[in-house]
Design a protein around this ligand. Structure first.
Ligand code: UFG
Length: 363
């Protein structure tokens, strides 16, 4: 029961860090893409660069807040400024082309912010996903790859973490990811035909090797990798290392860092599988299966950049765990995909982006 695999793909949040890399990978695989993004935490410039990297000509405004690149027949990128919670914005996106599948990245993602503003997180992440599912149903589109997160495992004791580990989020951000997975499972069970993959990411880092697109956090970054990059480039004076007394070899926390291009390729593979096989509901970890400590990452970044990354020991951050590493074997088996890029490549590509764009897309 194969599905048409050359239809246009709608990518919500396609201008963000993960979304922009996934958009590029799909365009390079010959898929036309419609991006729906409200640019609340991203820039149209990211998509202009994606279009250029994909070799698409003519970045032109087609309507207020809408752009297009690429020929009128053949692979194209169309961009609609809009919010997944607004029916009218979703309709505008679905009106661009017959949509065969959706990659859903749009959402809020800062753990600490979610603790302060839980209702906003539920509204955007869960409410937005609900509206999107309604629009997909209305348009007869039932193929979806959802941007989930390993954060829903909470403080998992057992590593590596497999998909069968208990879902026990410890912050509102994680709760919203778990709730959307539940919502999708209920929708899939309610009627046949849904093809859904929930991809649980570990720690996505790095950038496209060209240095043209990468992570551009607004304000002070929350995550280790962009903080280390900003220290190396001189935007921040030093890194605070949250806890040097964890039960790990060097006392600092261990995480599973996955190159954003590996992650984007994982999405392409998941979409291909959904389109090739019978309708199904898939849940897969996307990680490298390898763990690196904070200090290992700092040293790898220093080597890649040739710059010092001064750091200072600080108390443990509330809610952190010692070790988080993916059991990535299910994704390997089902998708014939594995994260192939090393931590050194993550640092090399992340540095190329940071150095060429010290102030992100704002330069
Ligand atoms: N860390 C520091 N100093 C900092 C920031 C982080 O030492 O300034 C340490 C943390 O204590 C942790 C490691 O660096 O040991 C990684 O921290 P991140 O904040 O980069 O990432 P987390 O593993 O805490 O969480 C991230 C995302 C979540 C996501 C989760 C998936 O923030 O959204 O990975 O496992 F869900």
């Amino acid at each position: 029961m194969e599905q048409e695999a050359d239809s246009t793909v709608l990518i919500t949040g396609g201008a963000g860090f993960l979304g922009s890399h996934a958009t590029l990978v799909l365009l390079e695989a010959g898929r036309s893409v419609v991006v729906l993004d409200d640019f609340s935490n991203s820039r149209p410039e990211a998509l202009r660069r994606v279009a250029a990297l994909a070799g698409l000509d003519g970045w032109t405004a087609t309507a207020p807040g809408q752009w297009r690149a690429g020929p009128s027949t053949g692979v194209s990128l169309q961009v609609v400024t809009g919010d997944v919670r607004r029916v009218g914005d979703l309709e505008a996106a679905f009106a661009q082309a017959p949509i065969g599948a959706v990659l859903h990245f749009a959402g809020l993602k800062a753990v600490a912010e979610s603790v302060r503003q839980p209702l906003r997180y539920w509204q955007v992440n869960v409410g937005g996903s609900l509206r999107l599912l309604e629009a997909m149903t209305a348009h007869g589109c039932r193929t979806l790859v959802f941007s989930s997160s390993a954060t829903l495992y909470g403080l998992c004791e057992q590593v590596p973490i497999s998909e069968s580990a208990p879902v026990q989020p410890i912050n509102p951000y994680g709760s919203t990811k778990a709730a959307v997975e539940r919502l999708l499972a209920d929708a899939a069970a309610s009627e046949p035909g849904w093809r859904i993959a929930c991809l649980r990411y570990f720690n996505p880092v790095g950038a496209h090797p060209s240095g043209r697109i990468g992570e551009d956090p607004s304000g002070l970054p929350n995550n280790l990798f962009p903080l280390v990059s900003q220290v190396a480039v001189g935007r921040l004076p030093q890194l605070q290392v949250y806890g040097c007394d964890w039960p790990t070899a060097d006392g600092t926390g261990i995480r599973d860092y996955i190159h954003v291009m590996d992650l984007a390729e994982g999405h392409r593979a998941a979409l291909a599988l959904l389109e090739q096989e019978s309708p199904q509901f898939l849940t897969l970890n996307l990680g490298s299966g390898r763990g690196h400590s904070v200090l290992e990452l700092v040293r790898a970044f220093e080597a890649a950049s040739g710059r010092p990354v001064p750091w200072q020991a600080a108390p443990r951050r509330p809610g952190d765990s010692a070790v988080s590493i993916a059991d990535a074997s299910a994704a390997q088996r089902r998708l014939d995909w594995r994260a192939s890029r090393s931590l050194d490549e993550c640092c090399r590509d992340g540095w190329a982006w940071q150095q060429a764009n010290p102030h992100g897309y704002g330069d």
